[in-house]
Design a protein. Structure first.
Length: 354
């Protein structure tokens, strides 16, 4: 993007700083994100929110500002300067709006950049897993008293199991004979696991597991660390919305504890890393044990299995649909992804008690 345009957008916000230069962050897959260097004591994150993916951007921005302000309210003895180094802080426009909306439809928002921070794309040791667990646990604990009904559903039906099975059933009904044959083993596994994979959904619907504030994108790259590998905070809160804690815990485990890449063809390389699981769970429970119920605790291991299954089901569904959702590099790519996740379920089932 042209510097003059970016600078003009940045200057719509009430940051009282002068633009010096910018660089683009490439870690996200949906939004465009830039670090803005300024002549003030603070640098900033300028982000374009993808309104073709997120249909209610004003609601999305309001969600993450509400949650950030709630977390900040828990540290009443901290100065604003200290909070800006440990909690996401959003900057309003000069018209006191939470976002800037251009005539071309693009929405932009600004956050204060947390200096001297790093992220990790992969977990390479138990200490990072442990710190990551603490960060998610802290986020869920600090927001446990927030009324989640005040938040919009940013992505409706995101982890809804009946919705995912409906998509799968439609795909299976319309799939070619060739693809049905290639996926035969995994179609059988879906049928075999169906009842177990609805347990959390049923507990949610009956109210036995409560709705809470959930992050919904808990891969390790959304955990911010300092240079000493200690956790700072959870970032990328675009998908904050009502949910159950098992979504967040399970998705984190899914991405942290696979010993291979998500699309590794050689599934003999796919194993469940039990040591990383135990380290992440330890950090998570240190922060949440006082705010979660016994039934929520009981089903944490099943949460991991359930979230892996959802991804396996989504990959298999897309394969049967002739690859209309996920980008592929070759014809069997989505099927290989599904095989990978089903192997992870197998390994996980051997190492965890459900």
């Amino acid at each position: 993007m042209e510097t003059s345009i970016l600078k003009s957008i940045f200057n719509q916000f009430d940051h009282k700083a002068n633009y010096i230069c910018h660089s683009e962050l490439n870690s996200g897959h949906i939004n465009d994100t830039f670090i803005i260097k300024t002549d003030s004591n603070s640098n900033y994150i300028l982000q374009r929110i993808n309104h073709t993916i997120f249909k209610d951007v004003p609601g999305l921005v309001n969600n993450k500002v509400l949650i950030s302000n709630h977390i900040r309210s828990k540290y009443q003895n901290s100065t604003k300067s200290d909070l800006d180094k440990t909690v996401l802080s959003f900057v309003k426009t000069k018209d006191t709006e939470l976002y800037y909306h251009l005539e071309n439809g693009n929405f932009w928002n600004v956050m204060i950049f947390i200096d001297n921070s790093i992220t990790h794309e992969l977990v390479k040791d138990e200490e990072i897993a442990y710190e990551g667990g603490k960060l998610l646990g802290d986020f869920l604990n600090l927001t446990s008293d927030f009324d989640s009904s005040m938040l919009i559903d940013v992505i409706p039906n995101f982890h809804d199991m009946p919705f995912r099975f409906k998509q799968y059933s439609e795909a299976k009904k319309n799939a070619s004979k060739e693809r049905l044959k290639e996926a035969e083993k995994y179609i059988y596994l879906v049928a075999k696991l169906k009842n177990e994979m609805h347990i959390l959904q049923n507990l949610k619907e009956t109210g036995e597991i409560p709705l809470r504030v959930t992050h919904n994108d808990t891969k390790i790259s959304n955990s911010l660390f300092d240079k000493n590998q200690k956790g700072i905070c959870m970032i990328d809160t675009d998908t904050v919305m009502p949910g159950i804690i098992h979504y967040d815990f399970g998705d984190a485990i899914r991405t942290i504890c696979n010993t291979a890449a998500e699309d590794e063809k050689d599934i003999s390389k796919v194993e469940f890393n039990l040591q990383f699981y135990k380290a992440y769970e330890k950090g998570f429970l240190e922060k949440t044990r006082s705010s979660i119920s016994d039934i929520e605790l009981k089903y944490l291991p099943l949460a991991a299995k359930t979230m892996v299954f959802i991804m396996a089901l989504r990959f298999l569904t897309d394969y049967l649909n002739k690859d209309v959702y996920y980008k592929i590099k070759y014809e069997e790519h989505n099927l290989d992804r599904a095989k990978n996740q089903f192997k992870l379920i197998e390994s996980m089932s051997l190492k965890l008690q459900f």
